[in-house]
Design a protein around this ligand. Sequence first.
Ligand SMILES: Nc1nc2c(ncn2[C@@H]2O[C@H](COP(=O)(O)OP(=O)(O)OP(=O)(O)O)[C@@H](O)[C@H]2O)c(=O)[nH]1
Ligand SMILES: [Mg+2]
Length: 244
Amino acid sequence: MSNDDEGSATELLETYDFLMKYIVVGEAGTGKSCLLHHFTHNSFKDHSQHTIGVEFSSRTVKLGEKRIKLQLWDTAGQERFRSVTRSYYRGAAGAILVYDITNRDSFLNLSRWLADARALASPNLVVVLVGNKSDREEDREVEWAEASRWAAEHDVHFLETSSLTGDNVEAPFLLAARSILLSIESGALDPEKAGSGVSYGDRALRRVNSSSRLSFGSLSVGRRRTTGKLKLKDLVPGAGRRCC
Ligand SMILES: Nc1nc2c(ncn2[C@@H]2O[C@H](COP(=O)(O)OP(=O)(O)OP(=O)(O)O)[C@@H](O)[C@H]2O)c(=O)[nH]1
Ligand SMILES: [Mg+2]
């Protein structure tokens, strides 16, 4: 159960405004499975083994008034699974691109992972670059500034995390969700379009049924623009800290 859902009624677990598909990609051993585990279980995954193919999990999060169910596809980083895992990229709205700050090779290979994701996922794919294992500062091989530059050059968000301590582990997922919501708000992304990686949840649909206007409070779909802006610091814990 997610942190946000603890203590909530069962109905809230089942209802959401949007469903978003995410893929988690990057070299083997960078900590993708541990990052996801911390995000979904709020604890470090002991004795993590290489992922075989793909593993699926989900978590519902809250951004402002919106409930968003994230479908999370954890992919294997090992080369031998590449063709299998690529087939899961299709229709992803968000990609969490992970490297290990103590392993320079995992950083140097990022372009390949990004190119694959951009080629195969949703055309509006939102990418968050994650430098994991920030707890191992003494073994650092990739400086924050260098990764931040790479992120800016490739038009992706960036932050560092530690799946071990839990530092910043929620931020990449919320940052991507926020960015996707803003694309919906601006009209750039249509959840009703096949392959967008996003669809309306039953909570949103129920509101459509009970109202002739498709409205999501601060977010609106269609021509109507929002009045209140979603602020990153309100939505993403730890945002603004080592994040661009
Ligand atoms: N110190 C530290 N170790 C970590 C962290 N995240 C993961 N690890 C360790 O890194 C190793 C690999 O973690 P995984 O999550 O299995 O890596 P992966 O990216 O899923 O690997 P594949 O499934 O093969 O692609 C494990 O030994 C973890 O204990 C972290 O934030 N800090
Ligand atoms: Mg794994």
